[in-house]
Design a protein around this ligand. Structure first.
Ligand code: SF4
Length: 383
C-alpha cells in the first residue's frame, strides 16, 4: 500500500459517493460530463503561469506535491506565500456553495504543504470562479480528523478491491458515471425486483468526442486550450481540446504544427482522408495507450480457463443489459410476457456463472438471445 498514491481530488469524491471513487481510481473511469470537462478546461487555462510576485505576495501555481506520511498526491492550483505563511488556493468552477468535499480537498493540500515545506498551514481559500467568491477555510481539528478518516476510507477501498454499494439517491442524477453504474438497476437486482419504475438515466452530454472537419480549405490551429477552425479569416468553430478523443480530416484541410504537437501530447490521433472519405493515413502519438492492453489480450488467448472467464463476463454483461432494457421498457408496456423473459434471462445468467465449457456458454447465450428477441416486438411502437 505504501507505493499507492491517491489523487486528492479523488479522495474528496468519497464524500460524494464511495462507489464513484472506486470507479475513478480502481477502474480509471473517464466518463467526463460537461461539469468535469469545463473544470478541466479552466484548469488547463490556469496552467500557464508558475510563479508571480506582486505586493510582496508570491504565488506558486500548479505545484505537484506528494506525501510520505499519507497515501496522497496532488497538484495544488495556487499557493500564496506571505510574511505570515503559506495558504493554498483551490479554484472551483461554479458559484459559492458549502461543500465538505471542497474543504477536504483543500485540507489535503494543506497537509501536503506542511509536510513538503516543513511548516504549519492554518487556513486556505476556495475560489468559486463563477461568483468570484473567495471563501476562507480554517484547518481546525475537526476538519483535519474528517480528512484523515476520508483518506483511511480511500485506502481501505483500494486494499479491499470491493466495489462499494450504490447510493441510489439524488446524487446519482448529476453523476457523470450513472450510465456505467446503473444505480437503480443494481439496487433492484439486489432486492430481487423484476418489475420496476426505473427512471431512465440522463445521458451525459454528447460531447462529440470525434472532431470531423470536412470544409474544403479550412485551417485548424491551437489557441490556448482550444482548436480554432477558420476559413478565409472567418472563425467556423472553437472546440476545447479536452473535449475530443480523435480528429478526422476530410480533404484539403491544413493543421498547424503547434496544434498537431498538442494533439499528439494528449494522445489524440489525427486521421487524414481524401474528400471522398478514403483513408490516406493517420498520425498516432508515440505512446499508444492500448499497447499493454493488447499484450495482455494476446497472452490471455493462450490461457483456456481465463478465456472462459472473460467470455463469461462478456456474456453476463450482455444478458444483464438485455434484461435491463426489457425492465426499462416494461415500465410503460407492463407486459407479462416481457416480465417472464426478464426472469428467464436472470435464471440463465446464474447458469452462465457456473458454466465451465465454451460450447455450453454459447448455448446459454443463444437461448437467452432467442428469448430476448421473442418479445422484442413489444418494445417497438409505431405511434
Ligand atoms: S451513479 Fe450514484 S451510486 Fe453510482 S457512482 Fe454515481 S453517485 Fe455513486
Amino acid at each position: 500500500m505504501n507505493e499507492v498514491k491517491i489523487p486528492i481530488s479523488a479522495i474528496a469524491e468519497i464524500q460524494y459517493c464511495p462507489r464513484n471513487f472506486y470507479y475513478r481510481v480502481m477502474e480509471q473511469a473517464e466518463d467526463y460530463n460537461h461539469h468535469i470537462l469545463e473544470g478541466k478546461y479552466q484548469e488547463d487555462k490556469r496552467k500557464e503561469t508558475l510563479k508571480t510576485t506582486r505586493n510582496e505576495i508570491s504565488k506558486y501555481r500548479n505545484l505537484y506535491l506528494a506525501s510520505e506520511q499519507h497515501p496522497i498526491v496532488g497538484i495544488i492550483d495556487e499557493i500564496e506565500e506571505t510574511e505570515e505563511g503559506f495558504y493554498p488556493v483551490e479554484y472551483k468552477k461554479g458559484s459559492k456553495k458549502e461543500s465538505v468535499r471542497d474543504e477536504i480537498q483543500i485540507c489535503c493540500q494543506a497537509m501536503l504543504i506542511e509536510e513538503n515545506m516543513d511548516t504549519t498551514v492554518e487556513k486556505g481559500y476556495l475560489y468559486y470562479v463563477e461568483s468570484k467568491y473567495k471563501k476562507e477555510v480554517v484547518f481546525n481539528n475537526e476538519l483535519r480528523e474528517l480528512t484523515l478518516d476520508t483518506i483511511e476510507l480511500a485506502k481501505s477501498i483500494i486494499e479491499d478491491q470491493v466495489i462499494p454499494e450504490v447510493v441510489n439517491d439524488n446524487r446519482c442524477l448529476g453523476c457523470s458515471l450513472v450510465e456505467r453504474c446503473l444505480p437503480q438497476e443494481v439496487s433492484q437486482m439486489k432486492n430481487n425486483i423484476t418489475t420496476n419504475a426505473t427512471v431512465r438515466p440522463m445521458p451525459s452530454l454528447n460531447l462529440g468526442r470525434t472532431l470531423y472537419v470536412d470544409t474544403m480549405g479550412a485551417s485548424l490551429k491551437k489557441r490556448g486550450g482550444l482548436i480554432l477552425v477558420t476559413k478565409e479569416g472567418e472563425t467556423l468553430n472553437e472546440i476545447p481540446i479536452t473535449a475530443i478523443d480523435q480528429v478526422i480530416l476530410m480533404g484539403p484541410i491544413s493543421v498547424s504544427t503547434q496544434l498537431l504537437q498538442e494533439l499528439l501530447k494528449r494522445n489524440i490521433p489525427v486521421h487524414l482522408n481524401n474528400s471522398y472519405g478514403k483513408a490516406l493515413g493517420w498520425l498516432n502519438p508515440v505512446y499508444n495507450k492500448n499497447s499493454l492492453l493488447r499484450l495482455a489480450q494476446a497472452k490471455a488467448t493462450l490461457n483456456n480457463s481465463l478465456c472462459i472467464e472473460i467470455a463469461k463476463a462478456v456474456v453476463i454483461g450482455k444478458l444483464l443489459n438485455q434484461k435491463t432494457l426489457l425492465l426499462r421498457y416494461n415500465r410503460n408496456i407492463k407486459s407479462s410476457e416481457v416480465e417472464k423473459v426478464t426472469t428467464d434471462i436472470k435464471d440463465i445468467i446464474s447458469k452462465v456463472e457456473t458454466c465451465v465449457d465454451k460450447d455450453q456458454l454459447m448455448g446459454y447465450e443463444g437461448v437467452a438471445s432467442r428469448k430476448y428477441f421473442s418479445v422484442f416486438n413489444h418494445l417497438i411502437r409505431f405511434n
